[in-house]
Design a protein around this ligand. Structure first.
Ligand code: BES
Ligand code: MN
Ligand code: ZN
Length: 495
């Protein structure tokens, strides 16, 4: 993990000794417009900066980065104009975050820069800068371009207590997101259930959390049939990790559950070879839950958080579970396995039942659960299901933080599609229509009726196999850490 040093600065940006100065642009009718907050930069270019940018082809669109050699107009030898797109009144935080991210990607290899985006939205500029310059270099033996070294965030007063608190919070959030990305990006030969559990425990203990790890013997003793079934085909046995943040004063108790399949071959119902390597990301939900629980402690949120994180590797082998097997889940429900590739819901079912035993006020699970999520909503929109009121609350929050969830239904009639010829329920339907919803309906069978519950299917948004955009590089994105963190903060505020 590499992120730049972020620092508040209140000296002049036109005379600062830096390698580059970042300003924002917006798309206007006749061409780009300068974002408010850079008047003295424009003045240093004799008021001709907008014309200069237009001449270079700038439109002010999102993800547009234009580089201008300054030739002495300002101290920085390079000016970077980063687009926010169409701005309606005030720019949104997400517009600022994205523009800061695009600029910081363009600054890879630069030692030090200063930005005026922080004058519009300090936290968003800080988060976007930190996330945009993230690079996962742990497995490179040769040095490439390093990331941006330091970004000065221009603010009216660098000693303002409010600005310092905003920056500290933004840095904590960005560090949580990059920690999740690191876990997702770590290859499956190094990140398997036991090593993932170790890393989770190390992070949690450093933040003062209580931890508990159930190994395969403990899982057997307590009857975790879903986790044991899915993990049984691997030489690297499954785990259930529990992390507990219990602050002195607490507004509510929140249970978090995340799917931790460290590699998903599909098992005996094996996946095609093409793109199978991407199934290293099938533990992104678990990664998000682990780092969010640690973040709650770092931010000292007045909310009790208990994470229940099942970890397993889904492999085909002589010891693997089979299509046709019936598993007895934690709590006693029986499940007929019709497809071993629908493994996420099986390990989550065990974890959801365990999580409810703590009598939480809210229960949230997140998982790279279905390809159908990607078919329905694409790569940048998570599907959010659950108890309608809580589902809608989380959906609204996810949109505020720029992670763009969308509420999806759990139609009751889908339940009969999961009827089994011999067990209480089957793990898949006989057709693929509405697969994201069917998976949600399956999970709902394992959620106690009286707990407000939300299920975030992040199959697409958790991992970027396309080109970088905004503050999102290739690989693990860290979604939905910022949604979960904002939900915990909202519960801390409003109960
Ligand atoms: N991990 C996959 C879902 C997935 C697919 C995540 C693509 C990210 C990208 C999950 O375990 C899976 O295999 N789901 C099956 C379910 C089916 C067998 C009912 C799927 O979506 O095909
Ligand atoms: Mn699968
Ligand atoms: Zn999976």
């Amino acid at each position: 993990m590499t992120t730049p040093t972020l620092r508040l600065a209140d000296d002049s940006v036109t005379t600062a000794t830096v390698d580059a100065l970042v300003v924002g642009t917006m798309s206007g009718k006749g061409g780009p417009r300068l974002l408010p907050g850079s008047a003295e930069v424009d003045a240093a270019f004799d008021g001709a900066l907008t014309d200069l940018l237009a001449m270079l082809g700038a439109k002010g669109k999102a993800d547009e980065v234009i580089k201008v050699p300054t030739r002495g107009a300002i101290s920085a030898p390079l000016l970077i104009a980063t687009g926010l797109g169409e701005v309606d009144g005030q720019p949104t935080s997400e517009q600022v975050r994205r523009a800061a991210g695009a600029a910081s990607r363009a600054l890879a290899g630069t030692a030090r820069a200063v930005t005026t985006l922080s004058r519009i939205d300090l936290a968003a500029a800080a988060e976007g800068t930190a996330l945009g310059s993230y690079a996962f270099t742990a497995y490179r033996s040769r040095n490439g371009d390093g990331p941006l070294g330091q970004m000065d965030l221009s603010v009216p007063s660098a000693s303002s207590a409010g600005a310092r608190a905003d920056l500290a919070r933004a840095v904590a959030i960005a560090e949580a997101v990059t920690a999740a990305r690191d876990l997702v990006n770590t290859p499956p030969n190094d990140l398997y259930p036991a090593s993932f559990a170790d890393r989770a425990v190390t992070m949690a203990q450093a933040a003062g959390l209580r931890t508990e790890v159930l190994d395969e013997k403990a899982l057997r003793r307590h009857g975790y049939g879903g986790i044991l079934g899915v993990g049984g085909g691997s030489s690297r046995p499954p785990r259930l990790v529990r992390l507990h943040y219990a602050p002195a004063t607490s507004k509510a108790k929140v249970a978090l559950v995340g799917k931790g399949v460290t590699f998903d071959t599909g098992g005996i119902s094996i996946k095609p070879a093409a793109k199978m390597e991407e199934m290293t990301m099938d533990m992104a939900g678990a990664a998000a839950v682990v780092v969010t629980t640690v973040l709650a402690a770092r931010l000292e949120l007045p909310v009790e958080v208990i994470a229940t994180v099942p970890m397993a590797e889904n492999m085909p082998s002589a010891t693997a579970y089979r299509p046709g097997d019936v598993l007895t889940m934690y709590g006693g429900t029986t499940v007929e396995v019709l497809n071993t590739d629908a493994e996420g819901r099986l390990i989550l079912a065990d974890a959801l039942v365990r999580a409810a035993q703590d009598a939480p006020d809210y229960l949230i699970d997140t998982a790279t659960l279905t390809g159908a999520q990607i078919v329905a909503l694409g790569n940048r929109t998570q599907g959010i299901m659950g108890t309608p009121e809580f589902r809608d609350r989380i959906t609204a929050i996810s949109q505020q933080v720029g992670e763009n969830g969308w509420a999806m239904p759990l139609p009751e009639h889908l339940r009969s599609d999961l009827d089994s010829k011999l067990a209480d329920i089957a793990n898949v339907a006989s057709h693929r229509w509405g697969g994201m919803l069917t998976a949600g309906v399956f999970l709902s069978e394992f959620v106690a009726d009286d707990i407000p519950w939300a299920h975030l299917d992040i199959a697409g948004p958790a991992y970027n196999s396309g080109s970088p955009w905004g503050y999102t590089g290739k690989g693990g994105t860290g979604v939905p850490v910022r949604t979960l963190a904002a939900v915990l903060a909202d519960i801390a505020d409003r109960g």
